[in-house]
Ligand binder design. Structure first.
Ligand code: BES
Ligand code: MN
Ligand code: ZN
Length: 500
């Protein structure tokens, strides 16, 4: 369950209070919390990021956490420093089974630095709360001994002009979007197959009053969605294209999310250790759904359309095969070089349909598309590519601001040559070199003239060996990567629109 998120009153009436401390704030905290003096003087608390010390005192609340907030100049910026510190506080507090409410006191200087870098103090407080909720997230299917989580999280101070209720409401909206995404991506593959993704989307649509439309096999056939149909053919659960929409008025934005509920590789079967992570191959679609949830709850003045091609990529007697030639929604014919390059095939149909049917102001896609993106950037940034410089600049900025770094890769025409096919218009694979780029070049064939940005989130959609390491991902598993970027982008776009 999500915790109640509150702005204000962090130091009273809670089971524990956490003081975030910057490097140059050690003296100040010594004065504010006399009990902290001993540990500071002993040199055991230096306010480093991710450092936390638990103290007890006679007063109330009895539990006091000192949490390091580091110092300015980290590569990920000031707002992220605030998120990391807030998340560390939650991560430490939730280890205490008797603690259900936590207050987090933020130094004014840190709040101001985060506010300046982003969009003001309300935004900074909201971001702190979202990070806190992410750190409080637990995913468990245990039948007993459920892990403990906090029931209420507060942040202070409340600077003049800040409206606490509005901030908390926005934070809860975004936090729920992230939770929805993580829940879907974390779900075991047979509990979240294409049919269950549809059910999940339908129940969200009902609860939030969203429009939903689902195309099943018959409709996919009449529409000519050869990619989705082919990839889904090996599974006993039929593929579908789910279209979920939050309509707050205003311009249309479309987001396509790769939703391979399990990627075995198909006939080009993956080796076991690679297959072991492939329930997360629905992370892109999960984030798209989460973003619609958040957009609806925020009442963003845009029409946000999420297109979710949901399939299970399985080997069987009915599977699509290497060397098959598929006809896609936009008429392009694709030779299958490898059945494990399935993501781009389902994305292709959904992208082409989104571009043609909605003519969106921007078309954004999120996909755990290539192992090559992981090789290129590791687990610390999504790979960003596309066909429109202005949109890419906006997406890149939104991603960094949201705490989800994105890094651009080139899209020079020469990379497209790697996809040439002798018998069809294009092959679905382009060899090992530049694998993340050739996958994006493949997708580019399907977006037409629409302004399009592609985020390959293969390295960041779940916590892998080397990251992402942020304490708000301390649960492990799915990160919900993309929800916060999309929300940040849409809010930025609507704000500029209002001003302009
Ligand atoms: N879902 C995988 C990509 C992936 C791999 C994501 C590892 C995260 C971690 C995708 O469907 C895939 O299998 N891609 C292949 C493409 C290749 C056959 C051209 C890959 O990256 O190896
Ligand atoms: Mn694959
Ligand atoms: Zn895949």
């Amino acid at each position: 369950m999500a915790a109640r998120l509150v702005v204000g009153g962090a130091s009273e009436g809670v089971d524990a209070v956490a003081y975030l401390v910057e490097r140059d704030g050690l003296q100040a905290v010594r004065e504010r919390v006399p009990e902290a003096a001993a540990v500071v003087d002993a040199g055991d608390f230096e306010a480093r990021l991710e450092q936390a010390v638990l103290l007890y005192r006679g007063g109330s609340p009895a539990r006091v956490l000192l949490v390091g907030a580091g110092e300015g100049g980290e590569w990920f910026g000031e707002a992220e420093r605030l998120r990391v510190a807030t998340a560390t506080a939650v991560k430490e507090a939730k280890r205490l089974k008797r603690v259900t409410s936590l207050g987090i006191v933020v130094p004014e200087k840190l709040l101001e630095a985060a506010a300046r870098e982003g969009r003001g103090e309300e935004w900074a407080l909201e971001q702190a709360l979202v990070a806190a909720d992410m750190a409080n997230y637990v995913y468990s299917l245990k039948s007993r001994d459920k892990p403990h989580a906090l029931g209420e999280i507060r942040v202070s101070p409340v600077p003049g002009g800040v409206e606490p209720g509005r901030v908390a409401e926005a934070a809860e909206a975004i936090a729920e979007g992230v939770r929805v995404a993580r829940d879907i991506a974390n779900a075991p593959p047979s509990r979240m197959n294409p049919e269950k993704v549809e059910e999940t989307a339908r129940s969200l649509a009902e609860r939030l009053g969203l429009r939903i439309r689902v195309f099943h096999r018959g409709e996919l056939e009449s529409l000519g969605m050869g990619g989705i149909l082919a990839v889904g053919r090996g599974s006993s659960v039929e593929p579908r294209l789910i279209v979920l929409e939050s309509d707050g008025g205003g311009p249309t934005y479309a987001v396509v999310g790769k939703t391979v509920t399990f990627d075995s590789g198909g006939l080009d079967l993956k080796p076991p250790q690679y297959m072991l992570e492939m329930k997360y191959d629905k992370g892109g679609g999960a984030a798209a759904i989460g973003a619609v949830v958040a957009a609806a709850r925020l009442r963003l003045p845009v029409k946000l359309v999420a297109l979710i091609p949901a399939v299970e990529n399985m080997p069987s007697g009915s599977s699509y095969k290497p060397l098959d030639v598929l006809e896609m929604y936009n008429g392009l014919r694709v030779e299958v070089g490898n059945t494990d390059a399935e993501g781009r095939l389902i994305m292709a149909d959904a992208l082409a349909y989104a571009a043609e049917k909605y003519k969106p102001k921007a078309l954004i896609d999120l996909a755990t598309l290539t192992g090559a993106a992981v090789i290129a950037l590791g687990n610390h940034a999504a790979a960003l590519m596309g066909n429109n410089e202005e949109l890419l600049a906006r997406v890149e900025k939104a991603a960094w601001r949201a705490g989800e770094p994105a890094w651009r890769l080139p899209m020079w025409p020469v990379y497209g040559k790697q996809l040439e096919s002798k018998v069809a218009d294009v092959n679905n694979v382009g060899g090992r070199p530049a694998g993340a780029i050739t996958a994006a070049k493949f997708l580019e064939h399907f977006v037409g003239e629409t302004a399009w940005a592609h985020l390959d989130i293969a390295g960041v959609a779940w916590v892998q060996e080397k990251g992402p390491w942020k304490p708000y991902y301390s649960q492990g598993g799915a990160t919900g990567w993309g929800v916060r970027t999309l929300i940040e982008l849409l809010r930025e776009e609507t704000q500029t629109r209002r001003e302009g």
